[in-house]
Design a protein around this ligand. Structure first.
Ligand code: ACO
Length: 454
């Protein structure tokens, strides 16, 4: 980053001003480097939720929320979604550049060589309840991979990091499909390496040993594109989780498992399910007006699911591609007259013409159409967050690799202290002569545990 002058922080408590450097990245807003603040002023910054804090510098993904731009390694998401396949995008995220033809061939072949699970790991599935949520299975099985690859888990070794990344990218679809098959009571379908990444995933999900299964190429292309759209998205909650877990030196399987656990939360990977439920609840085009009215009512907690985004305040570039993909998939499957699809199209149209949504810059987000697509393809709702975890694994791995290579990355967050009764902690020096520690209570909020020997 390039130095761009300093910022002066003035204090009202008599502390002398502190000069802090300003840096300019190659994209995005400038940053004030506050690392020296603790040492110079004995104070921390207070930024709950890190809404104003850049936790790292990164070259992987860039979002300009006002302009509706999403770049992976500098390439616009639209170009990647239209001209690349998912494994090329994985290569890009991990290596910083798109592969040439031989590099692509080698990358695809290597992924294929890692698609199978260790047979002892396959037996893990029978330990889960049949109705376990697939994300619960994912957290467990992905974490358990670390019990199988001791020989290649030295994270200071670039080759070990690389092979772990291949294993995770290759095995995620297998682990996912097995979670589904186990739930359905169907036999596991082992990977078939004559198929490409998405064809193989669909085969493992939807084929049975009884009959021939040929993945529909339109659906394969659509799913491939959806994987690209979800591959990375800057420092969101699950990506930060992976970086934080990795900062302790934890192995990549444990870190990705932590990312999956975070992604499972309804505020992260669950919005498309919420959107589908909302469409079901609205039920009919004639009831849209009523729900739009509710969404605008300050006293009603109802929000239009699949609308609005914390970062995109113009439009979500992924939503446009998702909308196009949804039309293509439903057309292919002869579901253009599907009740929920027609409802979604009408709802989007009405909301986009409504002053409330226009003035608050609320546009459909990536989740507005994804649930409809997944449902049309035959994925049950519980699988929706898993379909997010598969592609995001490549982004998490790229971020984890970048974090490992960055000498400045050691995560140790601080807190603004509060006493046990919830009041701000008093920080004066508590050294004292008083013999009774109870006299300190108003000062430090220390508590004394009186418990006899038992
Ligand atoms: N429906 C109705 N009103 C909305 C909606 C919505 N979907 N989204 C925001 N608003 C309103 C808010 O009530 C607020 O109104 P106010 O100014 O009168 O207080 C205003 O728009 C700004 O909203 P914020 O909540 O401040 O916007 P923020 O950027 O913080 O939140 C969020 C973004 C959480 C995504 C929000 O738009 C929302 O809840 N959307 C629905 C859920 C959803 O689709 N989530 C998926 C996001 S995409 C993803 O995570 C992959």
């Amino acid at each position: 980053m390039v130095s761009k002058g300093t910022a002066t922080l003035n204090f009202s408590n008599g502390h002398p001003p502190v000069e802090l450097p300003i840096y300019s990245g190659s994209v995005g807003p400038d940053v004030v480097d506050i690392r020296a603040l603790g040492g110079k002023a004995g104070m921390f910054t207070y930024d709950p939720g890190f809404m104003s804090t850049a936790s790292c510098s990164s070259t992987i993904t860039y979002i300009d929320g006002d302009k509706g731009v999403l770049l992976y390694r500098g390439y616009p998401i639209e170009q990647l979604a239209q001209q690349c396949d998912f494994l090329e995008v994985c290569y890009l995220l991990l290596n910083g550049e798109l592969p040439n033809a031989p590099q692509k061939q080698q990358f695809d072949d290597t992924v294929k060589r890692h698609t199978m699970l260790h047979e002892q790991l396959v037996r893990f599935y029978s330990g889960f309840r049949r109705d376990a949520h697939p994300m619960a299975v994912m957290v467990g099985v992905v974490g358990a991979l670390s019990a199988f690859y001791h020989e290649a888990m030295d994270i200071s070794d670039a080759r070990h990091r690389e092979v772990s990344a291949f294993r995770l990218i290759a095995k995620l679809p297998t682990i996912t499909a097995m979670a589904y098959k186990y739930n359905q009571g169907q036999p596991f379908m082992y990977p078939r390496n004559s198929l490409n990444y998405v064809e193989n995933f669909m085969h493992m999900m939807f084929a049975t040993p009884c009959e021939e299964y040929r993945p529909n190429p339109v659906l394969v292309r659509a799913l491939d594109r959806i994987l690209i759209l979800h591959a990375d998205h800057e420092q969101n909650a699950s990506t930060s989780t992976v970086r934080l877990a990795g900062s302790s030196g934890a192995n990549p399987f444990a870190c990705i498992s932590a990312g999956i656990a975070c992604l499972w939360g309804p505020a992260h990977g669950g919005a498309n399910e919420a959107c589908l439920k909302m469409l079901e609840e609205i039920g009919d085009v004639s009831r849209i007006g009523q729900y739009i009215k509710r969404a605008k009512d300050k006293d009603d907690s109802f929000k239009l699911m699949g609308f609005g985004h914390r970062v995109y305040k113009n439009f979500d570039p992924r939503a446009k591609l998702m909308r196009e993909t949804c039309h293509g998939v439903l057309n292919e499957l002869g579901l253009k007259d599907d009740r929920l699809f027609k409802l979604a199209v009408e709802l989007e149209k009405i909301a986009l013409e409504d002053d409330y949504f226009i003035s608050k810059k609320l546009y459909p987000n990536v989740d507005f159409y994804s649930g409809l697509i997944y449902q049309a393809m035959g994925f049950p709702v519980a699988m929706f967050p898993v379909l997010f975890a598969i592609p995001r694994t490549s982004g998490w791995l790229a971020q984890w690799q970048e974090m490992r290579a960055d000498a400045e990355q050691k995560h140790r967050l601080r807190q603004a202290g509060r006493g046990p009764d919830g009041e701000a902690q008093i920080t004066e020096d508590p050294d004292h002569d008083a013999p009774d520690v109870r006299e300190l209570l108003p000062l430090r909020k220390q508590r004394v545990l009186h418990r006899g020997l038992v």
